[in-house]
Design a protein around this ligand. Structure first.
Ligand code: PRT
Ligand code: ZN
Length: 212
């Protein structure tokens, strides 16, 4: 019996995910163009996937656990699957931004506006909670250019350093969500898989402790 973990195939979380496994003493053959590989010294099978697909794979039990941004889990898996550990990398925030020239005093200024985002679910919940009615335009990439081309009045997108917003003439005005990479798990693991997961979590916690 093996534990199957889904991690990002390439992108911002790929290297840190592999690094975390290594730091946990788990050696994997890191085949760049492979869909999956196996650990040589731990009963772990590793699937390389697009981050957007990871919540579904874990929810369906095709993978038992996964490493993915909390933002992706909250958007793609509603209600979200079980988070077992925060991992401390991939930190960012989902934020609202408006053109720098726009006068902005409070979230009420977004009432009736068009907001472009790749996170319509999380944004919809946030606006409802804030009592704001806005038009959500879902776009899959390059959200930051939407105000400049007249597609939207505001955006809701991931931010880390803020330089992308700056370069596009935008200013950050509200934080919708703080996010980092998390370890998620299917809720129907066998007893044996749960034991393996506990072992992995124990090692992850030791790695985190050593860094503090
Ligand atoms: O191919 P695949 O679908 O797997 O990858 P992807 O392109 O969808 O995701 P990827 O690799 O860009 O991001 C994976 C995860 O990293 C995200 O889901 C977040 O959890 C996390 N993360 C952390 C970020 C950022 N920081 C980040 N800055 N994801 C995206 N960005 C983008 C943001 O969308 C914007 O375009 O970086 C730009 C802003 O960065 P700053 O530094 O200019 O503010
Ligand atoms: Zn993606």
């Amino acid at each position: 019996m093996k534990l199957r973990i889904a991690i990002q195939k390439s992108g911002r979380l790929h290297e840190d995910s592999i690094k975390l496994l290594k730091e946990c003493g788990i050696d994997i053959n890191n085949g760049v163009n492979k869909l999956k590989t196996e650990a040589t010294n731990f009963p772990l099978e590793v699937f390389f996937l697009r981050d957007d697909d990871i919540p579904q794979y874990v929810e369906d039990g095709v993978a038992d656990i996964g490493i993915v941004g909390e933002n992706v889990v909250l958007e793609k898996s509603r209600p979200p699957i079980r988070t077992v550990e925060k991992l401390g990398f991939g930190k960012c925030r989902l934020a609202m931004a408006v053109p720098r020239s726009m006068e902005y005093n409070s979230i009420k200024d977004l009432d009736g506006q068009r907001i472009a985002t790749s996170y319509p679910g999380i944004l919809g919940d946030f606006l409802a909670k804030m009592g704001i009615t806005a038009e959500i335009h879902e776009i899959s990439g390059s959200v930051e250019i939407a105000p400049g081309i007249g597609l939207a009045d505001a955006i809701c997108d991931l931010v880390s350093s803020g330089s992308t917003l700056f370069m596009n003439g935008l200013k950050e005005v509200e934080t919708v969500l703080r996010s980092e990479a998390i370890l998620v798990a299917n809720d129907k693991l066998t007893a044996e898989q749960q034991q393996l997961l506990a072992k992995l979590i124990f090692r992850i916690q030791a790695v985190k402790k050593a860094k503090n």
